[in-house]
Ligand binder design. Structure first.
Ligand SMILES: Nc1nc2c(ncn2[C@@H]2O[C@H](COP(=O)(O)OP(=O)(O)OP(=O)(O)O)[C@@H](O)[C@H]2O)c(=O)[nH]1
Ligand SMILES: [Mg+2]
Length: 415
């Protein structure tokens, strides 16, 4: 379906919120959603029009453009009020959507796991609920998806009360999956491995980086698309000194990430909270690297994630001539340039991870009977072993480990 994209900002007042670049992003988002953007318009306004966001002159102009291009929908970069959406649809005679709706559609299309799909549906329902004005409104689900009109699907309509019921059903279902995950976490924590979360703006190269770290180029789906990854993947990665850490690649962030989505994906995103270290991946080749950095920081803050050490990975170093981060990155970010594509800087990155992870680790010595295979394997997988001396009946290990892990291993050795 052909679509026309519109960003609007006020002529005076604060600097337009990235009007042009945000439109570029909206273009890529609509392509990701399988739509065909044909025109993009940046409208500068004296004042917001409460009924139609833009003025009546612009509405006429857009009508002409719709006729000329045969577009089936108009997508606004700004969040529309329910009234504005309805008024514009009436005026245009085609579907009208906004950026949050588009992002929610993409999530619904790209989620693969049951949890991801449920979360995306929940976001869609919450979005619809918040837009059902007054009494007796209803959500026409067929029109929920921007490109869905006339697809011949069974028409589903929900009123507010039914939506609320659906929402609480979905929440219960997601909660039960979450319980399962807590059980998995408990099992995983039984052999504690350091946890590292890879976060960053969408398309920064998070999945490519994890593939490079695990030495499997094609392990995780990585693509030059926004929101290629929606469902988190965890992989074991070997650190330079021989220990292992669990790296998790998760959903990317974006400017104006809809609140309904953050709420729905909270369970997935909160996993980041349990990590010992965060790798914040930046796309150094993007002219938008700085606002992207800020958007990611704001989202982490909204999720209540703080007090976890962060390594600022400046990825795609191969695609820029001279590293341009010095232009904006404050020294305190201590950016580490890498290329997930060529592998440049990746060894340094792993060393930095190890240093950061082992900061709060202690150095210990432990004598283990040579026959305790299970225990020896655990020491190798959860500690940084610096020496192992094999005697006649036992092995003397020197290693770095978290105090909790050391206590656990001691207990196990004594048992
Ligand atoms: N030149 C260059 N391209 C890279 C590098 N790392 C990743 N890319 C490309 O950037 C695009 C996005 O990579 P992904 O790994 O899918 O990015 P992501 O951060 O996982 O993105 P989402 O899952 O969509 O949030 C792909 O086309 C990659 O090939 C790099 O170091 N250099
Ligand atoms: Mg990805």
């Amino acid at each position: 379906m052909k679509v026309i994209l519109v960003a609007a900002s006020l002529k005076r007042g604060r600097r337009a919120s990235g009007g042009g670049t945000s439109l570029e992003e909206l273009w890529r988002l609509s392509e990701t959603a399988g739509l065909e953007p044909v025109r993009k318009l940046h409208v500068r306004l004296q004042a917001w029009n409460p009924a139609t966001l833009v003025g009546s002159g612009k509405v006429e102009e857009l009508k002409a453009l719709i006729r000329e291009t045969g577009a089936g929908a108009v997508i606004f970069d700004e969040e529309l009020t329910p009234g504005q959406g309805r008024n514009l649809e009436r005026a245009f005679g085609v579907n009208v959507a906004d950026r949050p709706r588009l992002i929610i559609d993409i999530f619904a299309m790209r989620a693969r796991t049951r949890e991801g799909k449920l979360q995306a549906r929940l976001a869609g329902f919450n979005y619809a609920l918040s837009r059902l004005g007054g009494k007796g409104g209803s959500m026409d689900q067929q029109r929920g998806m921007i490109g869905g009109r006339g697809s011949g699907e069974k028409k589903l309509e929900y009123d507010k009360r039914e939506l609320r019921v659906k929402i609480s059903e979905l929440e219960r279902e997601i909660e039960s999956i979450r319980d399962e995950r807590h059980t998995q976490r408990a099992q995983r924590d039984a052999v504690p491995m350091p946890q590292v979360s890879i976060v960053g703006y969408t398309n920064a190269g998070k999945s490519t980086l994890l593939n490079t770290l695990t030495g499997s180029r094609h392990g995780i789906y990585a693509d030059d698309k926004l929101f290629a990854t929606l469902d988190p993947t965890t992989k074991r990665v070997r650190l330079p000194a021989g220990g292992w850490a669990l790296f998790t690649d998760t959903v990317g962030f974006i400017q104006k990430l809809p609140h309904d989505l953050i709420a729905a994906f909270r369970a997935t995103l909160e996993e980041i909270r349990y990590s010992d270290l965060i790798l914040h991946v930046h796309d150094l080749s993007s002219p938008e690297a700085r606002p992207q950095h800020e958007a990611v920081m704001a989202t982490l803050k909204e999720l209540g994630i703080k007090d976890i050490p962060v390594i600022n990975v400046f990825n795609k170093a191969d695609a820029v001539r001279a590293p341009s981060f010095s232009a904006w990155a404050p020294a305190r970010l201590r950016p580490l340039p890498v290329s997930a594509l060529t592998g440049e800087g990746v060894d340094e990155l792993l060393k930095a991870c190890e240093r950061a992870l082992s900061k709060r680790w202690g150095e210990y010595e432990m004598i283990v009977p040579a026959g305790s295979r299970g225990l020896i394997a655990e020491i190798y997988s959860s500690c940084l072993v610096s020496a192992a001396e094999y005697g006649p009946g036992d092995v003397t290990f020197r290693f770095k480990a978290t105090p909790e892990n050391y206590a656990r291993l001691l207990k196990k050795a004594g048992a």
